[in-house]
Each structure stands twice: as structure tokens, then as C-alpha cells.
Design a protein around this ligand. Sequence first.
Ligand SMILES: CC(C)(COP(=O)(O)OP(=O)(O)OC[C@H]1O[C@@H](n2cnc3c(N)ncnc32)[C@H](O)[C@@H]1OP(=O)(O)O)[C@@H](O)C(=O)NCCC(=O)NCCSC(=O)C[C@@](O)(CC(=O)O)C(=O)O
Ligand SMILES: [Mg+2]
Length: 274
Amino acid sequence: AMLSNAFIYRPDSIMFDLEDAVALREKDSARILVFHALQHPMYQDIETVVRINSLRTPFGLADLEAVVRAGVDVVRLPKTDSPEDIYELETHLARIEKECGRPLGSTRLMAAIESASGVVNAVAIARSSKRLMGIALAAFDYVMDMQTERGDGSELFYARCAVLHAARVAGIDAFDVVWPDVNDEQGFLQEVDLIRKLGFNGKSLINPRQIELLHNAYAPTLQEVEHAKDVVHAAEEGERNGLGVVSLNGKMIDGPIIDHARRVLERSKTGIRR
Ligand SMILES: CC(C)(COP(=O)(O)OP(=O)(O)OC[C@H]1O[C@@H](n2cnc3c(N)ncnc32)[C@H](O)[C@@H]1OP(=O)(O)O)[C@@H](O)C(=O)NCCC(=O)NCCSC(=O)C[C@@](O)(CC(=O)O)C(=O)O
Ligand SMILES: [Mg+2]
């Protein structure tokens, strides 16, 4: 039911999971379901992601063979510990794309970082392939590896910063962890506020109720939009007068502040925070 309804909730993209949300004895039937879903007309206009099983398992390669042939947009590789994991995936991808007539390089990748090794190697992973559109942190496996547990977020602080810096160095997106308690709206929003301030491009979600909340929290407020307009206006006036730095209500306005204001205006095109 989830598979056939997911697109109606208007997410930015839909991720089908073949990894830890699928029981071992269901791996083959789940792969077949996803293979067919990817080719259905209702999934042609939305970005599709499939989280395959690790290539270290007996299922990973079969998953990759199926989803690439079915035309998936992005493959999410779980438990990416090193750039070698991505090189191995790329070798298979290039062969499968050739065999099924897909343009070479058209399948993009998202690497999920879920261990201390992955965090330490984050920069090398983020730079390992032109196919990478983003890297994501996955908290539950990570805290297991770190011999701790999910708590107030302090347990993820170093990993979040490492993943985020790696993504920025490589010029790709950074995605934050899933929030597991779909009934805890306040906890979810607190976490979203933190990751937005840190600079994450978004977050992996597990339930449709989280989509609108996330989109709203990422939208700029009316006040921010008005301020951004004033900044751009002041900057344009300064430029006409040959000034590199201008002041708005006593506050300095220069290059990065103007860039930020333009980004706020760009973001406001998809909505204003309620
Ligand atoms: C959490 C819950 C059980 C709540 O169930 P509930 O029944 O209370 O949900 P309700 O809100 O009542 O559902 C209302 C309506 O929405 C439909 N609906 C719900 N969820 C939907 C959905 N996801 N997609 C489309 N449709 C959906 C539902 O069918 C119903 O439709 P209808 O009957 O028509 O009204 C359910 O959402 C769910 O199973 N989520 C997916 C869990 C998942 O993805 N796990 C794997 C990724 S994490 C992981 O692996 C850890 C990780 O690896 C992370 C990493 O790697 O990042 C690490 O290491 O950290
Ligand atoms: Mg995991």
C-alpha cells in the first residue's frame, strides 16, 4: 500500500527501501515489487531513490542489477565506510548501464554514512565519484558502532559536522538522519531547526506526516523575505553609487550577506513559513 500511495504526499523524492526495512525472507519479493514500481507511470515525474543492500551482502548486486534496469534515478548505498565501497559500486554500475542501454553515468548515487569509519572517511567518500549527488548520515547504525545510543543529538554532533563539511568540500548535498518517533512532532521540529541552522540540505523522512513539517521549517519567514528584499535593494543602490559595502539600518551589507539574501528570496519561491 505504501508503495502505491507514496507519490500522493508530494515529497521531494521517494526512497524505496530494500535494506533494513525488509525482512531477510522478503528480500527477493521486495526487489521485484520495487522493480515494477519504478517503471510505473506514476513514478516517472518524481525523483526515485532506492536504498539497496550493501554489496557485502548476498542481495546487494541483485538489487543494483534490478533497480538500474528499471530506471531508478538515485541509488542509496547504505553503510558506506570508504571510497572503495563507491568505486566497487561504480564498476558494477557502468557495466549494467552499458548492458541495458542507459547513458553511462546517468544513475546517480547517495552514500549513507553509518559508522565511525564512514565519518572519518567522509571527505574521501564525498569526493569519490561524479555520480554522487549527496551524502547522508544514518544515526541508528552509527550510534551502535560508537557504542552509544540516540539521545539529545550531542551523540551525533561530530558526525553531523563531518558529513556536512565533506559534502561542502565536494560540492554535493548533505542529508540528515531519520527522526524515528512519528508522533513526536515537537522533537522532530527541534531536530529540524538544528540541522537547518547547521546547513543540511534536508533530511531522510520515514512518514508522510513529516513532509509538510519539514518543508515548512525550511521555508523562510515573511520577515526574512522582507529583510532579504531590503538587503538586495540596498546592495543594488550601493552598486549604482560604486560602493562595495553599504549599511542597512546600521548593519554592514557586503558580498556574503547579499548572496544569503538572494538565497532566501530563491527559497521563498517554493513557499513562506506559516
Ligand atoms: C514509522 C511507521 C511504522 C509509522 O506507521 P504508522 O502506521 O503509525 O503511520 P501513519 O502515519 O498512521 O500512516 C498514515 C498513512 O501513511 C502511510 N505511510 C506511512 N508511512 C509511509 C511511508 N514511509 N511511505 C509511504 N506511505 C506511508 C500509511 O500506509 C498510511 O496510509 P493509509 O493507510 O492509506 O492512510 C511507518 O511510517 C513506516 O513504516 N515508515 C517507514 C520506515 C522506514 O522507512 N524504515 C527504514 C528507514 S530508517 C532505518 O533503516 C535506520 C537507518 O538505517 C536510517 C538510514 O539509513 O537513514 C539508520 O541506521 O539510522
Ligand atoms: Mg542503517
